[in-house]
Design a protein around this ligand. Structure first.
Ligand code: FES
Length: 97
């Protein structure tokens, strides 16, 4: 089972490839903004990928459009649109454990 390490807190959590990173984080009680409820509309669930970019699902057109609109960096993804196929380390902007 893949694991996600959260750089902000040092936490490591188990991840299911069938569940978005957003829902994995919420399931674990980790606070992350998600204003639109996971529809790739708001961009508030933006996360920074520290490592493991190659282990993530491909960026869809919808996600690409929102990432461009919020001027996301190349190592940022929308947690609601991203699934892990292998280990990854992420940072949640503004998250304080
Ligand atoms: S929750 Fe709105 S874009 Fe992810």
């Amino acid at each position: 089972m893949p694991v996600i390490k959260i750089a902000n807190s040092g936490q490591t959590i188990n991840a299911s490839p069938a569940v978005s990173i957003l829902n994995i984080l919420l399931r674990e009680g980790i606070r992350i903004n998600h204003l639109c409820g996971g529809k790739a509309v708001c961009g508030t669930c933006r996360i920074t990928i520290i490592s493991g970019m190659e282990n993530l699902s491909a960026v869809s057109e919808k996600e690409r459009g929102r990432l461009d609109a919020i001027k996301a960096k190349t190592n940022q993804r929308l947690a609601c649109q991203t699934y892990v196929k292998g280990d990854a380390e992420i940072e949640i902007p503004g998250f304080k454990p």
